[in-house]
Design a protein around this ligand. Structure first.
Ligand code: SF4
Length: 252
């Protein structure tokens, strides 16, 4: 007689304003090809309509379903239950973001960190804003590996320095700054350098590469930070008074 394995147990983080954090257990019958997001949707539709989580595209394009699954940051829509090879699946919200409810976090700090290091494109005066740069151009190849960030926040959740210092700009913003500093169409480099050289930016990173390990787009913010640091040596010569320069201020 074949003994049927019990359905996997889902241990889901629950919290709402005014209540204490708790873990709630659900059981879901696995189907071939079932993802963690499929399981959460099934739980919400058939067992517990109060469970809150975020998703949009369901196909790994938007990154909005990023959560911590069995201790690691992943996209729920791209995580097959079978790939976890576990009888129990724990799901909790991303670390280092304010909680809104259950698995939903407030992404405002993500945008605030971008702003703190001016990680937004500013077209150079007098140039066409969208002048094309060929995909084989040298400057494009230098940043190619870093441009596909979709802003899921997994790297910030995995970064211990972000947890330790809320003011640290963090991997996603510094990775974005790296792509901008290599973009000849961008005109904000001179204003961005002092922010990147401040205490809360490039030099706060300890190179542990937790961000790189979890990035679902397989980017390496660690490498972007190291490359920017190398370039910053020339700026330090130009800006020897860097400790007097403005701090990257994260306001979220
Ligand atoms: S660098 Fe990777 S993990 Fe970080 S926000 Fe971008 S896609 Fe997500």
């Amino acid at each position: 007689m074949q003994i049927r394995k019990p359905d996997p147990s889902f241990l889901v983080f629950r919290w709402e304003p005014g209540s204490a954090e708790r873990t709630q257990q659900y059981r879901v019958e696995p189907r071939p090809g079932m993802t963690v997001l499929d399981a959460l949707v099934e739980i919400q539709r058939e067992q517990d309509p109060t469970l809150a989580f975020r998703y949009a595209c369901r196909v790994g394009m938007c990154g909005s379903c990023a959560v911590v699954i069995n201790g690691r940051e992943r996209w729920a829509c791209r995580t097959l239950l079978a790939s976890l090879k576990a009888d129990a699946v724990s799901v909790r919200p991303l670390y280092h973001f304010p909680l809104i409810r259950d698995l939903v976090v407030d992404m405002a700090p993500f945008a605030a960190k971008m702003k703190a290091v001016a990680a937004a494109f500013v077209p150079k005066g007098g140039e066409e804003a969208f002048a094309p740069i060929g995909r084989n151009a040298k400057e494009r190849r230098q940043i190619d590996g870093a441009i596909e960030c979709i802003g899921c926040g997994a790297c910030l959740s995995a970064c211990t320095m972000v947890g330790w210092d809320k003011g640290f700009a963090g991997p996603a913003a510094l990775n974005r700054a790296f792509t901008l500093m290599g973009d000849t169409r961008d005109g904000a480099g001179a204003d961005r350098w002092p922010l990147l050289l401040s205490e809360e930016a490039l030099f706060r990173c300890h190179g542990q590469a937790n961000c790189t390990e979890v990035c679902p787009m397989e980017l390496s913010p660690t490498e972007s930070i190291l490359k920017l640091r190398r370039r910053s040596i020339f700026q330090l010569v130009k800006l020897p008074h860097r400790l007097d320069t403005p701090r990257a201020t994260v306001l979220a």
